[in-house]
Design a protein. Structure first.
Length: 272
């Protein structure tokens, strides 16, 4: 009897496993496979540089996750090129989506005006090899602009007049992927109308220099005007006088600024 009970028990377990397996297979059949929704977009087949006129041979259509299509993407090559010639405004790498903000409008040329963001202006300033950071500033970099000028009594000052300003072009080169450093004679910056006025005024009263920012650094910092008197170990602080003070029979001498020096210091602080 015990043997029969064991046999029937094993048989019941075997039948139960078969039934559960069949149920699982039926459940899988009932649930249709979920496929990832895609959408066709246009990507680059090769590296595209600023000023390149697009052609169909440079592009290809590929499926792209529908919920991850970037803004400004084109669905077909015809929708990109059908309205007229388009020219690349910013570097596009192979297999990268071609976006509207990286190419000109249909029929337009790759002019500097196409690179300027809405509400901004392009202003060109003169620089030399030192003022232009030795030629290592490239289009797409961000810089601060410093003004150096001579004020009353021959005292020179340097102050930062603009911060975090995008470089549009170096001389006549606007290609962000230009890898060769060149000594620039002029730099074109993207600024607001107010900052354009500041630049022109600053250039009329002194010389302008560029301070290259670390890539990705956008914080604007509080700056201080620097004068000749701030150079060296404290620099010259103006006329002084020696004063003798006697305490408990001990005589000690101190150097203090004269009234003229104090007045000059107050004037400098007011100018800040």
């Amino acid at each position: 009897m015990i043997g029969f009970a064991v046999v029937f028990g094993l048989l019941a377990v075997f039948v139960a496993q078969i039934w559960l397996s069949n149920q699982a297979k039926m459940q899988v059949k009932r649930e249709p496979e979920k496929q990832l929704a895609t959408q066709t977009i246009v990507v680059a087949k090769q590296s595209l540089r600023f000023g390149t006129e697009l052609s169909a041979a440079m592009l290809q259509e590929v499926p792209w996750p529908a919920d991850a299509v970037p803004a400004g993407a084109f669905n077909t090559i015809n929708s990109l090129l059908g309205g007229g010639r388009r020219v690349v405004l910013a570097a596009i790498e192979p297999h990268e989506p071609v976006l509207a903000l990286k190419v000109t409008g249909a029929g337009q040329r790759a002019t500097l005006s196409a690179l300027v963001k809405p509400g901004m202006k392009a202003v060109t300033i003169r620089v030399n090899d030192v003022e232009g950071v030795g030629g290592f500033v490239l289009p797409g970099d961000h810089v601060d602009v410093a003004l150096t000028r001579t004020i009353d009594k021959g005292d020179a000052t340097t102050e930062v007049v603009l911060q975090n300003t995008r470089v549009l072009a170096i001389d006549q080169v606007a290609d962000e992927r230009a890898a060769k450093a060149t000594v620039a004679k002029s730099v074109t910056l993207e600024v607001t109308t107010l900052n354009a006025q500041k630049l022109w005024l600053a250039s009329s009263v002194g010389s302008l220099s560029l301070l290259l920012r670390k890539a990705g650094e956008t914080t604007e910092m509080k700056t201080t005007k620097v004068t000749l008197k701030d150079l060296g170990n404290g620099g010259s602080r103006g006329p002084t006088a020696t004063v003798s003070v006697t305490r408990a029979g001990a005589k000690q001498q101190y150097t203090v600024p004269t009234e003229e020096a104090v007045s000059e210091l107050e004037g400098r602080q007011a100018a800040y």
